[in-house]
Design a protein around this ligand. Structure first.
Ligand code: SF4
Length: 341
């Protein structure tokens, strides 16, 4: 399988066309055909000369990843287990929201961060995904939507699937470049969110991503509790992570969300809420409360709905901006922290 076409950028297509002695005027069209049409072969691109189409086919021919398993939730969420070229697999999740879909993509096979609340962590780290494997998830999900007869398209891509995206920075950066190419997939920077456990070396490079949204898995303001949940907090404590986020240059409408996984009897007290509000009040913030999603063998419990509401109210009383994320796809283990190959 050759999937390199999913890494082609406008500049590269122009370079290829001009090295073949072709006008670069068709570069945008080629890119459009690769990323937006259902063509499976460059030979079907009648706008290209025979020589150019053969060159692209031989060097950049592509196929979509195979769906190993598809699960449909009662709430419309679709979870895909996608087979990669080397026999590994990753999961992507399509989440319907009103007039659009959000696609949650994976950035690694497994994950090295070993977060204690996460199903992915139980499989360990296997390898980084390449950019074309990230884009392949988007392309395959688009095809599935078409097969479903769905008129709604993918309007948002969130890097919240398997893996720590900032731990695979170069492929992440390349994938975002491709996702936002106007003549290709054409997503806006603010339609993309990168979620991190607080991997500081990646946060130090975050501005290279050009203004995509950031989500930090915060989960506790206390280093002892946070380190238990997210072991990497031992190496990069919360203060250093928040200081680095402070240093980031903010683009217009670029958001930073603070995700707070609410776990029964661990981080759901009134004092936890007050501390959380105190730490975030001085910064532009949005707190996203995610009631814990259990998975087979998990040691934590989901708080009762009344406690989730109470926790939210405590934050509101402190003046914090907060929302509770509605759990989607938990009946098929597609909710946050429940993905595993
Ligand atoms: S929560 Fe994210 S960073 Fe942590 S182990 Fe799971 S996939 Fe990795």
């Amino acid at each position: 399988m050759k999937s390199k076409a999913y890494t082609l950028t406008l500049d590269q297509v122009e370079g290829e066309l001009s090295s073949l002695g072709n006008s670069i005027d068709t570069a945008g069209l080629v890119l459009n055909l690769i990323y937006r049409s259902r063509h499976k072969s460059f030979e079907q691109f009648t706008q290209l000369s025979k020589k150019a189409s053969e060159h692209f086919q031989n060097n950049f021919g592509y196929e979509l990843p195979k769906v190993i398993r598809r699960q449909d939730s009662t709430d419309g969420t679709v979870k895909l287990l996608l087979g990669l070229e080397d026999g590994e697999s990753v999961e992507s999740v399509l989440l319907p929201f009103y007039k659009k879909y959000t696609l949650c993509v994976s950035s690694q096979v497994g994950c090295a961060m070993n977060c204690k609340f996460c199903f992915t962590a139980t499989q360990g780290f296997k390898r980084n995904l390449k950019a074309h494997e990230i884009i392949g998830q988007v392309m395959k999900a688009k095809e599935i939507l078409k097969e479903m007869g769905e008129k709604r398209d993918i309007a948002n891509v969130v890097f919240m699937g398997q893996g720590e995206p900032l731990h695979n920075f170069d492929a992440l950066k390349e994938a975002i470049h491709i996702l936002t190419e106007p003549k290709g997939l054409g997503l806006g920077k603010r339609s993309i969110t990168v979620s991190t456990s607080g991997y500081l070396p990646g946060l130090e490079r975050f501005e290279e991503l050009g203004g995509v949204n950031l989500a930090l898995s915060l989960h506790s303001t206390r280093d002892d509790v946070r380190s238990k949940l997210i072991p990497i907090n031992n190496r990069y404590p919360l203060d250093s992570v928040l200081e680095q986020i402070n240093r980031l240059k903010r683009h217009e409408r670029q958001t930073v969300e603070y995700e707070y996984l609410l776990i029964n009897d661990l981080n759901d007290s009134k004092d936890d809420a007050k501390d959380l509000a105190r730490v975030l009040m001085e910064r532009t913030h949005m707190i996203n409360i995610i009631p814990f999603n259990p998975f087979p063998g998990s040691i934590f419990e989901r708080p009762k709905p009344e406690r989730v509401e109470e926790f939210k109210q405590w934050l509101v009383e402190e003046g914090a901006r907060v929302m509770v994320r509605k759990t989607k796809g938990d009946d098929i283990l597609a909710a946050c922290g429940q993905l595993k190959s």
